[in-house]
Design a protein around this ligand. Sequence first.
Ligand code: DX5
Ligand code: ZN
Length: 227
Amino acid sequence: MAPQISPSILSADFANLGADVERIADAADWVHVDVMDNHFVPNLTLGLPIVQALLKTSRLPLDCHLMIEDPDRWAPQYAEAGAGSVTIHAEAAKAPIRTLRAIRAAGARAGLGVNPATPVDGFEDLLGEIDMLLLMTVEPGFGGQSFLDVVLPKVRRARELIKGRDLPVWLQVDGGVSAETIERCAEAGADVFVAGSAVYNASDPDEAVRRLRAQAEAATAKADWAR
Ligand code: DX5
Ligand code: ZN
């Protein structure tokens, strides 16, 4: 699959979210929406009512990343509301298979996310239940943090696991993805790139997305895993 860019609105202007989504709508593939409940992560952002409002105005599908303590309870509702993709965290879900199946049954892509210190190897048998694996490349909770290079070997291993199973699972990296780091991520095996501050701190967010995409495409073209 060609690289996809999913800008995170965590770095957008929360008082003008609709307009800020429009600033990436020509160039991006998705809008990455970080839902935080102040329990799973030490930050509070937005929830279902704001996602429902964004769904009414956004030209792009929503990629909802649930950093919440009880995804089993909430995730299916994001899918039923019309989100294109809903990602739950492996560290939080108590019944991940049931919840992932409920997300898919509601018509959304099902994502499984893991924090930087959580190994992916234990989730190999779940790959058939998911459409996307999200590897956090910062500790979740805040935008603008430095990329954790220590996660790159896990990106490689995750790509090997996906290739080994021959499944169409997308591999997303989230956190600290920028012009400085996106090529390393693509080379290691990522094909969906979340970027918050790198996009929204730019004067022209659509142009920032185009540049990131060009870098990801060039790095993927040279990568062994993509052959
Ligand atoms: C962090 C969020 C990320 C964050 C990325 O917990 O999941 O999506 O917004 O922001 P940057 O790209 O600034 O690291
Ligand atoms: Zn995120």
